[in-house]
Design a protein around this ligand. Structure first.
Ligand code: ADP
Ligand code: GN1
Ligand code: MG
Length: 363
C-alpha cells in the first residue's frame, strides 16, 4: 500500500500529531500491520484487519474493547501501566473504533508498546517469562463474562473440523497440488483418530472451558527490553472461550521449537525439551494454581495437538492455493506444514519425556 493512501487512512484516526512515517511490519501471517510515527515522536500501530479471515470485524473489535477495558481496570488496581500492559485502541476522529475505507478495507489503530520487542525466538529464560505472562493473561480473564464474547472464527481450534476441512481441500484440489503432497496428506490422515482429544474433553467436562487467547505465538507478546518480562499480550483477535491447552500448545509449537516455523532443513527441527520445561514452569506459575490435574496431565498432548492442527491448516491452505496465511514464496505453506509435521513426529517420540517434565509440576 502506498504512502499517500496510508496517509489518508491515518488521517481518520485520533493520533496525537501528524503522521510522518509509515513502516510495514513483516511479522504476523494474517493482518496488514504498519508502524506509524507522528510528528510529536509518538508511535502507533495501524492495522488492516484481514476480513477474509475475520468475517465479522465489528465483533472482533467489540471483543477487543471489552477485554482491554476489563484488563485495564485490573492493571490499574495492581498499580501497573494500563497503556503498556495491554493494548489501547485509538478511535477514529469521528468517534468510532474502526475506519472502513472506500474499498471496504477495515482499519483499526493501537498505541505502540514502546521499549519492548516482539521476538521470533527465545532462550529458556525469556520463554519462561513469556509463558508467565501468557498464563497471567488467562488468569486475569478468569472472571471475564465469557458469554459476552463473540466467536470471531467459528471452530478455530476444533481439530476435528480442521481435519474435515483438510479432507475437503484434498477432494477439491483447487490448485492441482494434491498428488504432489500425497506423503503429507497420508501423515495427516494417519492421525485422524487423535483429533477429538481436546474437543472431546471439553464436551465431556473433563477439560474446563476458559477465556483463552488462542494464538500464543511468541511474536504475539511484547517483551520488555530492559527487564525481559512479558509486558503485554497482543493480537487479541481470537480471544474466545477455549481450553488452556490451546494457549499452552500453540506457544510450545512455536516457542519451544529448535527452528523457525518455515525452516526447510528438517534435521534442524525438533522440540527442545529444555524450552518445553521452561515454558511449562512459567505458564504454571502465571496461572497461579488455576490448572486442574487433568489439564496439567494433558499439556504434552495439547502441544502435540496444536502443532498437528496448524500443520494440517498449512497443508490445507497449500492445497487451496494459499488463500489464508500470508506467504512470501510459492511453497512456503508446504514448507510450514512439513516443518510442523516433523515437530509432531518428534513430539511423538519424546512423549514420555514430555510427560515426565509436566509431572514435576503436578502437586
Ligand atoms: P497478525 O494477526 O497478523 O499476527 P498482530 O496483531 O500480531 O497481527 O501484529 C503483527 C505484529 O505487529 C506483531 O507480531 C508485533 O510484532 C507488531 N505489533 C502489533 N501490535 C503492536 C503494538 N501495540 N506495539 C508494538 N508492536 C505491535
Ligand atoms: C496465525 O496471526 P498470527 O500470525 O499471529 C494464525 C494462527 C496460527 C499462526 C501460525 C487468526 O497467527 O492461528 O497458529 O498464524 N492466526 C489466525 O503461525 O489464523
Ligand atoms: Mg500476530
Amino acid at each position: 500500500m502506498n504512502e499517500t493512501a496510508l496517509r489518508e487512512i491515518a488521517a481518520q484516526f485520533a493520533f496525537s500529531a501528524e503522521p510522518t512515517a509509515f513502516d510495514l511490519c513483516e511479522n504476523g501471517h494474517i493482518n496488514g500491520t504498519y508502524f506509524v510515527t507522528c510528528a510529536d515522536g509518538r508511535r502507533y500501530i495501524l492495522q488492516k484487519i484481514n476480513t477474509h479471515v475475520f468475517k465479522q470485524p465489528d465483533e472482533v473489535m467489540a471483543n477487543i474493547i471489552g477485554v482491554t477495558e476489563f484488563l485495564k481496570e485490573k492493571i490499574e488496581a495492581a498499580g501497573g501501566d494500563p497503556e503498556r500492559e495491554t493494548l489501547t485502541v485509538i478511535g477514529t476522529v469521528e468517534g468510532g473504533v474502526a475506519y472502513v475505507d472506500a474499498e471496504g478495507g477495515y482499519w483499526r489503530a493501537y498505541l505502540y508498546i514502546e521499549g519492548a520487542t516482539s521476538h521470533q525466538s527465545a532462550n529458556a529464560e525469556l520463554l519462561a517469562r513469556a509463558a508467565r505472562a501468557f498464563g497471567h493473561f488467562q488468569r486475569q480473564l478468569a472472571d471475564y463474562p465469557a458469554d459476552t464474547l463473540c466467536e470471531t472464527i467459528p471452530n478455530f481450534h476444533n481439530t476435528v473440523s480442521r481435519m474435515e476441512n483438510l479432507k475437503a481441500s484434498v477432494a477439491a484440489d483447487r490448485a492441482g497440488r494434491a498428488a504432489s503432497v500425497a506423503d503429507e496428506i497420508a501423515f495427516a490422515l494417519a492421525r485422524e483418530a487423535q483429533c477429538g482429544f481436546i474437543v472431546g474433553g471439553i464436551a465431556a467436562g473433563t477439560l474446563p472451558l476458559r477465556v483463552t487467547h488462542n494464538d500464543t505465538k511468541l511474536n504475539n507478546i511484547m517483551i520488555d527490553d530492559v527487564t525481559g518480562e512479558g509486558i503485554c499480550v497482543i493480537d487479541l483477535d481470537t480471544v474466545m472461550p477455549g481450553s488452556v491447552l490451546y494457549d499452552f500448545g500453540d506457544a510450545i509449537r512455536f516457542g519451544a521449537s529448535s527452528a523457525p516455523e518455515d525452516e526447510t532443513d528438517l534435521n534442524k527441527v525438533y522440540v527442545r525439551t529444555d524450552l518445553f520445561d521452561a515454558f511449562t514452569a512459567g505458564f504454571v506459575e502465571g496461572l497461579d494454581g488455576a490448572l486442574t490435574e487433568a489439564e496439567l496431565r494433558a499439556l504434552p498432548m495439547g502441544a502435540w495437538m496444536m502443532t498437528f492442527e496448524v500443520g494440517i491448516r498449512f497443508l490445507a491452505d497449500y492445497l487451496d492455493g494459499d488463500v489464508y496465511f500470508r506467504t512470501h514464496y510459492p511453497t512456503q505453506n508446504l514448507d510450514r506444514a512439513r516443518n510442523q509435521f516433523k515437530l509432531v513426529a518428534d513430539m511423538e517420540s519424546k512423549m514420555d519425556e514430555l510427560d515426565a517434565i509436566v509431572a514435576k509440576y503436578i502437586r
